[in-house]
Design a protein around this ligand. Structure first.
Ligand code: SF4
Length: 53
């Protein structure tokens, strides 16, 4: 479990290995955000590519 909250990266994906479990933040210093769409038009088109099961 990683417990260091990065207050610059709020995240609701608590099942991610990189999530700060005690608060609603990521514990990484930085993340990579990408898209699975060729022409993204809404937030659902984007993905955190730093996610770890
Ligand atoms: S790596 Fe991405 S999905 Fe995982 S806790 Fe951090 S921001 Fe959330």
């Amino acid at each position: 479990m990683n417990s260091k909250a990065n207050s610059s990266i709020r995240c609701h994906v608590s099942v991610c290995k990189n999530h700060c479990k005690s608060q609603d933040y990521c514990a990484l210093d930085s993340i990579t955000v990408g898209t699975h769409e060729t022409n993204p038009t809404m937030d659902q088109c984007t993905d955190c590519q730093s996610f770890v099961k």
